[in-house]
Design a protein around this ligand. Structure first.
Ligand code: FPP
Length: 244
């Protein structure tokens, strides 16, 4: 492989805020506003999604540089199948291209890829790409990047409760142990872009005590600086978990 094509195994990316030493371990993002970003520019929605993938790449790099333990991104919900076929196909195409182009960088930088949601319902070649990527990065010890694909939180909770019941006890701990996120740190901060103030069936259980950060920024415009701003705000919050 030529040096130019070598995966980035660097530890200093120009222009990225680094050295985050705040308290957040796990951040999740509802990446919203790709369509509106494109519309504002009289561009096809597909271009908005493509720029959304560029934002994903930069935010994942920033999360790693900041030393976050886990980043969970809502890429495709179980309700997104209701979108027009050509948009679903564009999103699948982008996902396919993203895994192919970025897996070497993840592996080179010790990032562990994880998928939450029922990804086996995706096109067979993507399932194969995902499983290869999961196997290649399984030992990653820097940041866990969880991508939610065909994910619905209510479905996840129902599945987890059924699994807990099958094993005997339906307790909070038993359900938690069956969630897709069971091996991840507790969710600290949930970010949603594009000005919508709702959770849209994302991490409903995990968000029980998470801080929320809503911003009007449309996802393709979301930068590592915005992530840093949300984390800085998070660091000022006093979490009481119901106590006082
Ligand atoms: C919302 O925009 C965004 C999505 C449908 C999911 C996010 C998808 C990406 C960032 C691209 C694929 C991701 C990966 C990881 C390869 P919207 O279309 O709902 O925007 P709108 O509300 O403005 O119409």
């Amino acid at each position: 492989m030529s040096p130019a094509a070598a995966p980035r195994g660097d530890d200093a990316v120009a222009g990225q805020p680094g050295g985050y030493t705040g308290p957040a371990r796990h951040v999740a993002i509802i990446m919203d506003g790709n369509g509106r970003w494109a519309k504002k520019r009289f561009l096809p929605r597909a271009v908005g999604h493509k720029r959304g993938v560029d934002a994903v790449r930069e935010v994942v790099r920033a999360a790693r540089h900041m030393g976050l333990e886990a980043l969970t991104l809502y890429a495709f919900s179980s309700e997104n199948w209701k979108r027009p076929e050509d948009e679903i196909s564009d999103l699948m195409g982008l996902l396919r291209a993203f895994i192919r182009s970025d897996i070497d960088e993840f592996a080179a930088n010790d990032v562990r890829l994880k998928i939450i949601g029922d990804y086996k319902m995706l096109p067979a070649d993507i399932v194969e790409l995902i499983e290869d990527a999961l196997a290649r990065t399984a030992q990653g010890r820097s940041t866990t990047l969880a991508i939610a694909l065909n994910y619905g939180s209510q479905q996840e909770i129902a599945r987890a409760a059924a699994a807990a019941a099958a094993k005997g006890a339906v307790t909070v701990e038993a359900i938690e142990a069956e969630l897709d996120t069971a091996d991840m740190p507790p969710l600290d901060l949930l970010i949603r872009t594009s000005g919508e103030i709702r959770l849209s069936n994302f991490l409903l259980w995990q968000a029980a005590y998470a801080e929320m950060w809503f911003t009007d920024v449309l996802w393709p415009d979301f930068t590592p600086g915005h992530l840093r701003e949300a984390l800085d705000h998070y660091a000022t919050r006093e979490r009481r978990y119901g106590g006082r």
